[in-house]
Ligand binder design. Structure first.
Ligand SMILES: *Cc1c(COP(=O)(O)O)cnc(C)c1O
Length: 368
């Protein structure tokens, strides 16, 4: 049981989580074997957190329980109408053994924005933060200590009411699970190749593009397969005016010859916390940073003329990834490669892993 005082901003008392230990928890040896080579999203820790919500009862029955299958009524609304949202955030082990996460208040607020768009209840940010601490309290040993390793935390929320009528569900569940993650790129960061999706979009004006919801990912799977068929790693989407949006799960950033940095901004793009942090670090270095529309033509012409000197993608899972090639149905544009993307990547991960001073107060300790 973690003890936290009443939240000064919201006046909320902390939840009292009922903790049931997993009697079949992995042995230290089995866990270490997994942590030696965790991959991504394949193994899960011994416990999970859930909190129920209902129209009548609000948020209730907070629990920490053994990780395992969820029992759902076949009529649960999420299975039919996709009323679901999620988050992605990492826990990092510092050299002194302590466990920290990065700007979790931002993830908590984004979960609330996603909830609003999907007509789900908003989990108070203090409850969100407490859920992370509760899981680390029982599964802290699962935070790996190797280079570029982390414990990937996956909060999610879905409509569990058994009802086939179409309306926001009256019963909802919030869950948190965790999965140890290794270095995303084995053998160093390699530039990725990007397929331009011309036939499919991921979001539309007024749609759910700015929400972190499974439906956006469902819509991206077919174009992503098209990318693989065209020997590309990832897909990039355009909006209805042929402006660049983002990749399936990463934001895009352009670096110009004069040092200015531009990133697409619109209500159909997911606002990444990695991007926001990287751009702040760039501003700290004196770069001019702008969020605005970037058309496909501006991208292609900027690369051709040498105006654009670097293009990269960013998100929690892979942090920062240079874009090496943009491939369309009838063109292949090699992308210029600079050093800024990898410098910013290092600066960010140095903060996350406690190797550099946290000037912006971005770290949040989870294990104390
Ligand atoms: C999560 C996500 C991102 C990256 O956001 P971060 O907060 O940086 O992890 C970008 N695009 C989409 C579609 C996403 O779902």
């Amino acid at each position: 049981m973690t003890t936290i005082d009443t939240d000064p901003d919201t006046g909320l008392d902390p939840l009292e989580f009922a903790v049931t230990r997993n009697l079949a928890a992995k042995s230290a040896a089995d866990r270490d074997a997994i942590l030696a080579n965790p991959g991504f999203g394949q193994s899960f820790t011994d416990h999970m957190v859930d909190i129920c919500w209902s129209v009548r009862g609000g948020w209730h029955r907070p629990r920490v329980s053994p990780y395992g299958p969820i029992s759902l009524d076949p009529a649960a609304a999420v299975l039919h109408y996709g009323q679901e949202i999620f988050e992605g955030i990492k826990a990092y082990r510092h050299a002194d053994g302590s466990v920290h996460t990065f700007r979790p208040d931002q993830n908590g607020r984004r979960l609330q924005r996603s909830a609003r768009r999907l007509a789900l209840p908003e989990l108070p940010v203090p409850y969100f933060l407490q859920s992370l601490r509760e899981l680390i309290a029982v599964d802290g040993a699962w935070v790996p200590s190797g280079d570029d390793q982390s414990l990937y935390l996956r909060p999610f929320m879905f409509a569990k009411e058994a009802f086939l009528g179409v309306r926001p569900a009256h019963k909802v569940a919030y869950y948190l699970i965790a999965s140890p993650a290794g270095a995303y790129f084995k053998g160093g960061v390699q530039p990725v190749s990007i397929w331009l999706s011309e036939d499919y979009s991921r979001a539309g004006k007024g749609g759910t593009g700015a929400a972190k919801t499974g439906g956006n990912y469902a819509a991206s799977l077919l174009p992503q397969s098209e990318a693989y068929e065209n020997e590309c790693d990832q897909v990039v989407f355009l909006d209805q005016d042929r402006n660049v949006e983002e990749l399936g799960g990463m934001n895009v950033v352009f670096v110009y010859k004069d040092g200015s940095i531009v990133t697409p901004q619109s209500d159909s793009i997911l606002e990444g916390i990695t991007r926001d942090s990287i751009l702040q670090l760039a501003r700290d270095r004196g770069h001019h940073v702008e969020g605005r529309n970037v058309s496909l033509d501006e991208w292609r012409q900027g690369v051709a003329s040498g105006d654009i000197v670097e293009v990269f993608a960013c998100g929690t899972a892979a942090v920062v990834t240079p874009i090496g090639v943009l491939k369309g149905r009838d063109f292949i544009d090699e992308q210029p490669t600079g050093t800024l993307a990898l410098e910013l990547r290092e600066e960010l991960t140095d903060i996350q892993y406690g190797r550099a001073e946290d000037k912006h107060g971005w770290l949040y300790r989870l294990d104390a």
